[in-house]
Design a protein around this ligand. Sequence first.
Ligand SMILES: C[S@@+](CC[C@H](N)C(=O)[O-])C[C@H]1O[C@@H](n2cnc3c(N)ncnc32)[C@H](O)[C@@H]1O
Length: 247
Amino acid sequence: MYEEFAQVYDELMKEIDYSKWSEYLQRLFLNAPREIKSILEFGCGTGTITCKLAQKGFTMTAVDLSEAMLTIADEKADGLGLKNIQFYLGDMSNFQIDQTYDAVISCCDSVNYLPNLEALQSFLVCSHDSLKSEGLLLFDVNTISKYKNTIKDNTYIYDLDDVFCIWENQPDLIKKEMHFNLTFFSKNSDETYNRYEETQTQHMYSIEDINRCLTNIGFHKIKYFDFGTYMPGSNDGERIQIVAEKK
Ligand SMILES: C[S@@+](CC[C@H](N)C(=O)[O-])C[C@H]1O[C@@H](n2cnc3c(N)ncnc32)[C@H](O)[C@@H]1O
């Protein structure tokens, strides 16, 4: 997962306003009783949000399961001359580091890749262990409603400058899984194309699932926002932004 696809990820995501996303996170940091200076990011991908936050002066530690995504992230940070980011190859459901942070974040439905409630719980334990007291955990998830009503079994075609991509969705609402079957043609410098295929699976979590896990682990002051706003989020929205505090 996220190997060859890493090469086309930024091209496919270019409609996403990552500047606005990082500003939203920065405003949510104001919920923390402590000043946020150091951040651990899980599922950083190609590091766009990582770099935006580093440019704002935060000290970043960023973790991803995909070496290919991290290579791009590292090049991006180098290109911007950023020295305040450390990248690690790792799994958010068993990551350990001998350091604690003011905030732990995970963005753009990385958490939906966790395969079951045990893995979700383990990710939350890792986050809790990595936070300083009164530190903040922030992550977002796609809702079950978005998988059911928006993503559905649609097929999307992306005809972009250097990549042509067919993105087929295959929901399994009984197992609460969404399979993405991706076929993409990546343009070479000599105008020929290489064909790649990749399958990814995301998993559906409700507010109730997440709340149970967060509460079990000892997080408090848990808030669910409709993503991008400060209004209460619900399972009927598209994306929920979760903010929780370590005691
Ligand atoms: C949709 S991308 C989001 C990337 C980035 N956060 C962004 O905003 O563009 C999901 C990322 O989560 C990573 N990922 C999936 N499961 C993971 C895990 N268990 N631990 C760490 N990273 C994971 C993938 O490799 C991928 O880079």
